[in-house]
Design a protein around this ligand. Structure first.
Ligand code: GLN
Length: 493
């Protein structure tokens, strides 16, 4: 019998529907994988009973001859940024330790409504702030990948590093991620899996712990493009509880998948050729361009002149919004409360926040508060908002000449844990290719393109027009079919 944990979402869905195996067997197999991989620290909470209950419901529905739901029998991992009713939710921060939400986020509820089960809550960078998963208050996630003959632990990317690790190590066929400046795409690239951030507003933010509200967007991380399309269909949809939710029907992305790019124009933005980019990344990009051409697309060079201002603008806007969103953690309403002997209210706020937030979160709150303060608001925040508009206009103009854009996902392969931790700027630079699409609210995806000289995965990014997830997925599929990426990490855990 095949090892059921080698199957992706589509294969599990079809196999359960066709009676090749029981959903319960699938859930049991993944639960065992999760329990056997604790050395990776990908899960903060394991919920085997949730996965089994959903599986039993799928098996019962099939036995009763009912039409199965789109994700019936598929167990997934849930990033611990989504509030899950009755299951501890911390955003990997001490300040939320002990918080058990009395409500369910819309995205997770949508997945349960589609029949999916939950294997557990996935580790992440604290409040989704980071690119390596090292800012988690509950220990970093370790990538399942290693360099040859080298046991140095590598970063799984961030902030969705638990998600990327769970999927690439075969602990889950799919996982939710969130992407504020690249947190779905960069970890997907680092671990050789696929992930898509949809257009801002496609997935409801309700019940997702807020980082930077004008940027935060949920999306799926899975083994291939088809699985991403299936999962995104379940996650997306209008939600009256989120004022920025788009009132649009969810397209049937899976049914319209096509790797034929005839008549499509693929833009290659010249400003993404940054100084000091490793030759291997440039070579992968050229390879990607050749694959697109092979799929029938016409290649056009385009210009996004304000690209170099994207990172500085992001690191003003995201911390500004974070400083405001994180004001709610005051020791009064939920999670941690530090009440020193004889303390007044202000002392309690200060003690709680000092003890509860990690260093990176504090850094962002300080930056955010500074750029929003009376004397500096115009110089920093207003200026960054103007830059954001210019970046969005760059994309608008470029999309007059092409249908999708192709770039590398990240400027390097996975780095070693600890390598960039002492230097926040080096860490922030990792987001250089992912942040612009976030600022413009555009759909963007990473698909694996190949391996570097150390055998580590590299990703290619496709950025699309607003609401054109289909164009992004289809270009991703064209790459996937040509890259033939089958590498998987060798289990050492
Ligand atoms: N690495 C980026 C940051 O630290 C992006 C994080 C994210 O997308 N959540 O802000």
């Amino acid at each position: 019998m095949t090892d059921l944990t080698t199957l992706g979402i589509a294969a599990i869905r079809d196999g359960v529907r066709d009676g090749q195996f029981k959903a319960r067997e699938v859930a049991e197999a993944f639960n065992a994988k999760v329990a056997g991989a604790r050395a990776l620290n990908a899960f903060l909470v394991e919920t085997p009973e949730h996965a089994l209950a959903a599986a039993d419901a799928a098996d019962a529905a099939r036995a009763a001859g009912e039409t199965l739901k789109p994700l019936a029998g598929v167990p997934i991992g849930m990033k611990d940024l989504f509030a899950t009713k009755g299951v501890a939710t911390t955003a990997a921060s001490k300040i939320l330790e002990g918080f058990v939400p009395p409500y369910e986020s819309t995205v997770s509820q949508n997945l349960w409504n589609a029949g999916a089960g939950m294997l557990g809550k996935l580790n992440l960078d604290q409040f989704a702030m980071g690119s390596s998963n090292e800012t988690s208050a509950f220990g970093n996630v370790v990538s399942p990948w290693r360099r040859p003959n080298d046991t140095a632990p590598l970063a799984p990317g961030g902030s969705s590093g638990g998600s990327s690790t769970a999927v690439s190590a075969g602990l889950a066929p799919g996982a939710t991620g969130t992407d504020t400046g690249g947190s779905i795409r960069q970890p997907a690239a680092f671990t050789g899996i696929s992930g898509i951030k949809p257009t801002y507003g496609r997935c409801s933010r309700w019940g997702t712990i807020a980082f930077a509200s004008s940027l935060d967007q949920a999306g799926p991380m899975a083994r291939d493009v088809r699985d991403c399309a299936i999962m995104l269909e379940a996650m997306a949809g209008f939600d009256a509880k989120d004022a920025t939710s788009l009132k649009l029907d969810v397209p049937n992305w899976e049914a319209a998948l096509s790797a034929d790019l005839k008549g499509r124009r693929v833009g290659v933005p010249k400003e993404y050729r940054v100084d000091g980019m490793p030759a291997e990344i440039e070579a992968l990009w050229q390879q990607g361009i050749a694959w697109m051409r092979d799929a029938g697309a016409e290649i056009v060079e385009v210009s996004l002149p304000h690209t170099k201002y994207a990172l500085p603008a992001y690191y003003i806007i995201a911390p500004a919004e974070a400083s405001s969103n994180l004001a709610r953690y005051d020791g009064v309403r939920y999670g941690l409360r530090e009440l020193p002997e004889g303390a007044g209210l202000q002392d309690m706020y200060a003690a709680t926040r000092a003890a509860g937030f990690g260093d990176e979160v504090k850094r962002r709150i300080l930056i955010g508060t500074y750029v929003l303060s009376a004397g500096f608001y115009d110089a920093y925040y207003t200026q960054a908002q103007k830059v954001r508009t210019l970046i969005a206009r760059d994309f608008e103009r470029a999309f007059g000449e092409c249908d999708v854009l192709l770039t590398p996902t990240a400027p390097s392969a996975a780095f070693a844990l600890g390598e960039k931790q002492a230097d926040p700027l080096a860490m922030y630079l990792n987001d250089v290719f992912t942040v612009p699409a976030s600022l413009a609210g555009l759909p963007a995806m990473s698909v694996p393109g190949g391996l570097d000289k150390d055998g580590l995965p590299l990703g290619l990014q496709i950025i699309g027009k607003p609401l054109d997830e289909q164009g992004v997925l289809n270009a991703g599929l064209a790459i996937e079919q040509r890259a033939g990426f089958t590498a998987r990490p060798q289990a050492w855990w």
